[in-house]
Design a protein around this ligand. Structure first.
Ligand code: SIN
Length: 327
């Protein structure tokens, strides 16, 4: 009997050796923005939480500033298993789903708390699954902030944008938004924007205070219009294959760490919307234009017809659900 117990103990020990010595699961997280941004800070927080709680079992490598993949390649890289996490802006999913285009509609959300409210509804939460059939699963939404317009000449009323070239993300809604004010939209990767502005290959772009500051666009754009005309946020995304292959306990811990990292990133986003705008103002490099109610109303009137154009793709019910969040 004693022999049997010892043999069993030895067997259990031997079986546990490979598991204990197994190489940790590697999560490569690729993104395009600077470290000191809501997404950069969220990614670093995620790494810290995961490596503290799953020490020896999971390691996270974060690649900021498009070091590994630019925004046009990262979703393909996820599908191929070359990275395991990414957080592209919601505007960059057009090839995978039309529903996320809702976030690009100009002047749809009054502010970030309306976006939060919408994301918490059933309709909002369902959007995390919009790309699932294509092998990509949304694990959470993260804010950056409301977008502003920057340009080489002042933009006060929509007519000021006519004929100007604006860099946009790869979204037909954003293209239509600039066509609505008779401007010329140019779809270009984020990593090229500074040089395009500096060399005057384009006249302007739209982005959040945080991206305008961290990527130094304000140093090469003389004017920034505080328009809050659109929303910039992200879907943290993984491949369905990687996610379903994780052991249940690890998947649960990773999801929990991600939720906490996103909450932290959203807090950073709120702070940067104020702090980075102030830093740009204090630099004196760009002149910030505050619109009167009448001027802002003119931009709304010019751009809002874009909603109707994309209503069929996005769905009227979804647009109505988003609008309800403004109340
Ligand atoms: C990002 O915030 O990830 C990039 C946004 C952009 O492409 O303008």
């Amino acid at each position: 009997m004693r022999f049997l117990v010892s043999a069993l103990t030895m067997l259990v020990f031997l079986l546990s050796v490979p598991a204990a010595n197994a190489a940790p699961i590697k999560i490569k997280f690729s993104h395009v923005v600077a470290v000191n941004t809501p997404k950069g800070q969220m990614a670093d927080k995620f790494k810290a939480l995961v490596e503290e709680r799953l020490a020896g079992k999971v390691v996270v490598e974060v690649f900021p500033n498009a070091q590994l993949f630019g925004d046009n390649k990262v979703l393909e890289a996820l599908a191929l298993g070359d990275v395991q996490l990414a957080a592209p802006s919601l505007s960059k999913f057009q090839k995978y789903t039309k529903s996320l285009q809702i976030f690009d509609l100009p002047f749809l959300f009054n502010d970030i708390s309306a976006v939060d409210k919408f994301m918490a509804t059933d309709a909002g939460k369902k959007l995390l699954h919009a790309t699932e059939k294509k092998g990509l699963l949304g694990l959470g939404f993260l804010h950056n902030g409301m977008k502003q317009l920057s340009a080489s000449s002042p933009l006060t009323v929509p007519e000021d944008a006519a004929g100007m070239k604006f860099r946009i993300m790869t979204s037909d809604v954003l293209a239509a938004q600039f066509q609505a004010v008779k401007a010329s939209p140019q779809k270009k990767p984020f990593s090229e924007v500074f040089t395009l502005l500096q060399t005057k290959a384009i006249d302007g772009q739209e982005n959040t205070w945080s991206n305008i500051f961290s990527k130094k666009f304000f140093e090469v754009q003389e004017h920034i219009t505080h328009s809050d005309h659109g929303y910039l946020g992200y879907m943290v995304v993984t491949s369905t294959e990687f996610w379903s292959g994780l052991p249940d306990d690890i998947r649960g811990e990773v999801q929990k760490a991600l939720a906490e990292a996103i909450a932290f990133g959203n807090q950073v986003a709120n702070e940067k919307a104020v702090g980075d705008k102030k830093a740009i103002m204090d630099s004196g490099r760009s002149k910030i234009i505050e619109l009167s109610a009448d001027q802002r109303g003119q931009w709304v009137d010019a751009m809002k017809p874009v909603w109707k154009k994309f209503e069929g793709d996005i769905g009227k019910d979804l647009i109505d659900a988003a609008l309800a969040a403004n109340k």
